[in-house]
Design a protein around this ligand. Structure first.
Ligand SMILES: Cc1ncc(COP(=O)(O)O)c(C=O)c1O
Length: 448
């Protein structure tokens, strides 16, 4: 190691973090450094699949304001996808940031040895706002980690056996979570993974009952069924009405733990505080994430019903499930407490429902004029536009990006473009997005 060289490099970079203003030369230097560093030290493929990589360089994310992500040159992009739905309260919402800054000046992480009050208060509030008798929370750092904990909790409660999941479902990419994920491109390189998993058709409750019955008929145990109340990553796939209720009944009938993965749908995104509320259903374990960070400090977790917790043995051995060093740290808890406060006070679910309906009405009008937009699906502010082919979708997302609006849709997955904006987005910005969508679709259609 050349210590002087490292310190010199660190000095330069820390200077960038400290500085408020860049010269054009600084911005160009940081842009080129970032491209080189991603190619040489991060992930070459990551670069090649991005629509933000243009022949003349790349867009470098540097700052944000409630509705926008600004590049290093100060150019704002309207954010319609940040963190795949993380920013429902907007970016660095001042009413959330205020509490996080206070907490940052007091205590950030936790000893993990002493008792820390914010963790306790957050778990209490989670029990107050989640469906039915969900009560005991377990706090983690990322979505996949929360899913791992949900799977392990189900095993502790119900004993080892089969997991049932759904085709196209997305539950993360750690070994257990990706075993549940129903997308071959994420699974295939790791096969065989967790062996006792069956994937069934999404939205089909009788497929669940058949799978459980068949497994039980040959002497197998079925531990749990994991499902997203609306499939997010799969492109906003909405199950038929009554699906979650039927799942609840089937799981009760056959003694199967019902895990609802609300990591993307939870805390207001679909127009309900929890999507399970729509059918008045209480899962045995509910996983949450994304929005719970407040867009500021990552935090995810699960919450389980009392009888699940009690039989899982966690009371006797609290470390059997996991003991993440950072899970539920004080700073993250402050962020989530302030986020929940903001969501409830401002009725974010209602905002998402209302603005989602506005988006849907106007995108449907665009769809009526443009044949390449084949399908439109939406649940609150979780919206998906499906195009004839992935190539067309990618071209559309590039056109949208060129007009300074950020949506999901990358080279390896662009048939469906997802729109998941903050609920606090102004109608003026929404109208801009709608105009950009129409212009972009028209531009691609003309070229075909
Ligand atoms: C429903 C669902 N579960 C799990 C995950 C995994 O979360 P993470 O990317 O934080 O691991 C995601 C992420 O998009 C998700 O949408």
């Amino acid at each position: 190691m050349d210590k002087n060289a490292v310190l010199q490099e660190l000095n330069r970079v820390l200077g960038y973090i400290e500085s408020d203003k860049f010269t054009k030369e600084d911005a160009a230097k940081i842009t080129q450094d970032t491209i080189d560093n991603y190619y040489n030290y991060f992930n070459t493929g990551y670069m090649d699949f991005r629509k933000s990589i243009t022949p003349d360089g790349a867009t470098i994310e540097w700052s944000d304001t409630p509705e926008h992500i600004n590049d290093i040159n100060g150019i704002p992009y309207i954010d319609c996808i940040g963190g795949f739905g993380t920013y429902i309260c907007g970016h660095r919402n001042p009413e959330i940031l205020r509490y996080v800054k206070k907490q940052m000046d007091r205590l950030t992480l936790s000893s993990t040895e002493l008792l820390e009050p914010l963790r306790g208060y957050l778990c209490k509030v989670l029990a107050m706002i989640t469906p039915g008798d969900l009560q005991y929370s377990y706090l983690t750092n990322g979505g996949a980690e929360a899913v791992e904990m949900a799977l392990k909790m189900a095993v502790l409660y119900n004993g080892p056996g089969y997991f049932i999941s759904t085709v196209h479902g997305f539950h993360g990419k750690s070994m257990g979570a990706v075993s549940m994920t129903g997308n071959p491109s994420f699974r295939s390189p790791y096969l065989p993974m967790i062996q006792q998993v069956q994937h069934i058709e999404y939205g089909n409750a009788s497929a669940l009952e058949t799978a459980i019955r068949n497994l039980q008929a040959v002497g197998e145990k079925v531990t749990a069924f994991i499902v997203e109340p609306v499939q997010g990553e799969a492109g906003c796939r909405i199950p038929p009405a009554g699906y979650l209720k039927a799942v609840r009944e089937i799981c009760d009938k056959y003694g199967v733990v019902f895990i609802a993965d609300e990591i993307q749908t939870g805390l207001g995104r679909t127009g309900y505080l929890w999507r399970c509320n729509m059918e008045d259903v209480t899962p045995d374990i509910l996983a949450f994430g994304k929005i719970s960070s407040g867009g500021i400090i990552p935090i995810t977790g699960i919450i389980s019903r009392k009888h699940i917790f009690e039989k899982s043995g966690l009371a006797d051995n609290p470390f059997i499930l996991g003991s993440p060093t950072f899970g539920g740290n004080a700073l993250a808890c402050s962020s989530t407490l302030a986020t929940i406060n903001y969501i409830l006070k401002n009725d974010i679910p209602a905002m998402a429902a209302e603005k989602g309906a506005y988006f849907m009405k106007h995108i449907a009008e665009i769809q009526a004029k443009h044949h390449i937009l084949t399908e439109l699906r939406g649940a609150g502010l979780l919206i998906a536009m499906e195009f004839e082919t992935s190539d067309i979708g990618y071209e559309v997302s590039k056109e949208i990006f060129a007009r300074k609006v950020l949506v999901a849709g990358t080279l390896n997955n662009a048939k469906v473009i997802r729109i998941e904006p903050p609920a606090i987005m102004s109608y003026e910005s929404i109208d801009t997005v709608l105009r950009v969508l129409e212009e972009s679709i028209s531009a691609v259609e003309k070229r075909l």
